[in-house]
Every structure is written in C-alpha cells, then in structure tokens.
Unconditional design. Sequence first.
Length: 131
Amino acid sequence: KVIEGMEIVDARTAPCKLDRIKWARYEITVPTDKVDAALACANVFEAPVVVMKKSKSGEKETDISPLVRDFHVKPFDGGVRISVLCAAGNDAFLNPSYVAAVVCDRAGINERDGIAFVRKCLLLDDGVTEI
C-alpha cells in the first residue's frame, strides 16, 4: 500500500541479507527564506545533539550525532537541501525527520510544511557500498 503523495520510483531485490544494511542516504529539501541560518548548521552533528527520540520502549533523550554521517547543507533557489547518511540498521535507526527538525530548530525555521524526504540509497556497514 502506498501512502497518498508518495511515489515509488524504483524497487529491487536485495543482493544480500537485509541485516547487513546499516546506513541510508537521504536528500531532505527544506523550503525557507532562512538559508544563511540553515547553512550555519553545517557542523551541528560534530558535537552531541540530544533529542527526545521515540523508540519501541517509549521516548527518551538520545544523542543522535553518532547516528549521522556525511551531513551537508547546500542552498537552492527557495531553501536548502540536506544530504545525510542516517543509521538504518536493526540495532540503530534514525528517522531523517530528526535531522530536519534539528536544522529547522537551530535555524529558527518554524514553518515545516513542504519539507520533502527522498531516500537515495541503502548502504552496508562500511557506509560506502550501496545495495
């Protein structure tokens, strides 16, 4: 079942066991006029970033910075694009909406409508090998 507004652009059979997947690359588009403030967040995940993260056992404060790799913010006409690797394994998972929320909170972006998430690929534990 496809969620309204969601478009499936590609589907493949996994070439290995799914438990080898550890990372997912996302492109997050944030429409905003606060581009400079968002660009100033370029190093935000180099230090601890503690958020209230939902899990199967409830909500708890979690430092999500170890769950983020290869984080980049770039301007485009009308906002910023975030490219990021998020943990996507069975043992550690980060919904990319937390990344968008951190950037929006730190940049003072209150309007969250129109934020778009695209999962570009899945990667093995080396963070390089795509499947």
